[in-house]
Design a protein around this ligand. Structure first.
Ligand SMILES: *Cc1c(COP(=O)(O)O)cnc(C)c1O
Length: 382
């Protein structure tokens, strides 16, 4: 810069190098806003000729990740948010308002349960929590103001597989919108939009990013609903930071290869644990899709087993209150993800004190099996 003092130079030095080459990987747009050369240029944004204005509203890295997930889910549109919870929130608010009613499956992720039972309730949105094992039970709970049916494609932690086409048929009959949390299955295994589900939500903190270094969420689905969800995201300030969006896009590139290994390992672990002394029940879905059944295996130890000894005997596997990373980890649903559920509900659902959720990583499968078999033996006092 010419004709300015050092202090001014220091702020503006370098400026914006214009780059003609195309970088192999999408650059990181770590900026809170975009700049305009004159008022016409600014007007162009509002005429739709210019893409970006302010990062809370949109940013190339956020767009990239949203488009990526929408493509994988075969849905027409998507919006990214700061977490799985905020994705669930803006997705739901795209459909309901004060005075409306939601029907949700009773075995929900604990955070979603709290969002519906407390937070949204205080804004006048009522939710009935229903067993989704039988479509009649759902239908019985439909009211004139029911606007949304909400469930999870594979539930946490007992891995019940939702009958999506059954839900769609029922919802269509009554003109109700459907929304599915597809975090556990991932679009590698299941694409609920192709079965007629209106909105699909993910905690991208889990498999989509896959490396346990980002908290993010994404909603994809019907274009009109996503436009609505995007407006909520903007005005509630649930935007995802550009760097986290950039990292999540990087994670997405390896979703296929990670899932392939996760699924193979999980299938083998479930098989071996079924014949392991000290393990009462192995929860692993029989069929989610041709691609596989997911990479979470939940077990219940024998009544006589000591759950503390089990956790202490896990060698290189650690207790981590999340899932879906490349490392194998375990969690204790009663103490973390489902702590928010009333104890009667947990008991009824089968989330007992000896229930352990295993997030199967991408390590060698025999090493994984051996750690859990040894720990089950020790917990039983063998
Ligand atoms: C983790 C999780 C969430 C919440 O996501 P955050 O990214 O932690 O906000 C929602 N649903 C399911 C199924 C989850 O596993």
């Amino acid at each position: 810069m010419k004709n300015v003092h050092f202090d001014t130079s220091a702020v503006h030095a370098g400026g914006h190098a214009s780059v003609k080459s195309v970088s192999k990987v999408k650059p990181l747009y770590q900026t809170s806003a975009f700049s305009f050369s004159d008022l016409d240029d600014l007007e162009d944004y509002f005429r739709g000729k210019n893409d970006f204005l302010y990062t809370r509203m949109n940013n190339p890295n956020q767009d990239d990740f949203a488009k990526g997930v929408a493509e994988l889910e075969q849905a027409p549109a998507g919006v990214v948010t700061s977490s799985g919870m905020s994705a669930i929130l803006v997705g739901i608010l795209a459909v309901v308002q004060s005075g409306d009613h939601i029907i949700a499956c009773e075995d929900l992720y604990g955070g979603t349960y709290k969002l519906l039972s407390d937070e949204l309730k205080s804004f006048g949105v009522e939710t009935s929590f229903v067993s989704f094992s039988d479509a009649h039970d759902i239908e019985k709970n439909i009211k004139p103001n029911t606007k949304l049916i909400y469930s999870e494609s594979v539930t946490n932690p007992l891995l019940r597989v939702e009958d999506l086409s059954g839900l769609v048929t029922l919802a269509k009959k009554h003109g109700i919108t459907t929304m599915i949390d597809n975090t556990f299955a991932t679009p590698y295994v299941l694409q609920p939009y192709t079965q007629g589900i209106d909105l699909i939500v993910h905690s991208a903190t889990k498999y989509l990013n896959g490396h346990s270094d980002v908290t993010a969420g994404v909603v994809v689905g019907r274009e009109d609903l996503i436009a609505n969800a995007k407006s909520k995201m903007i005005h509630l300030g649930c935007n995802l930071g550009p760097f986290d969006a950039w990292l999540a896009s990087r994670g997405l590139k390896t979703l296929s290869v990670r899932m392939e290994r996760h699924l193979t390992n999980a299938r083998e672990l479930a098989r071996q644990l079924k014949d392991t002394k000290g393990i009462k029940t192995v929860y692993y879905p029989e069929f989610v899709s041709e691609k596989g059944n997911g990479a979470i295996v939940t077990i219940e130890l024998d009544d006589k087993s000591d759950v503390h000894t089990f956790f202490k005997s896990l060698d290189w596997v650690h207790i981590v209150p999340t899932l879906a990373g490349v490392e194998t980890t375990v969690s204790y649903p009663l103490g973390t993800s489902h702590r928010a559920l009333p104890i009667e509900v947990s008991e009824k659902l089968g989330i007992h004190k000896n229930v352990i959720r295993i997030s199967v990583g991408i390590e060698d499968k025999e090493d994984i099996c051996s750690v859990f078999k040894t720990a089950a033996g020790k917990a039983l006092g063998l």
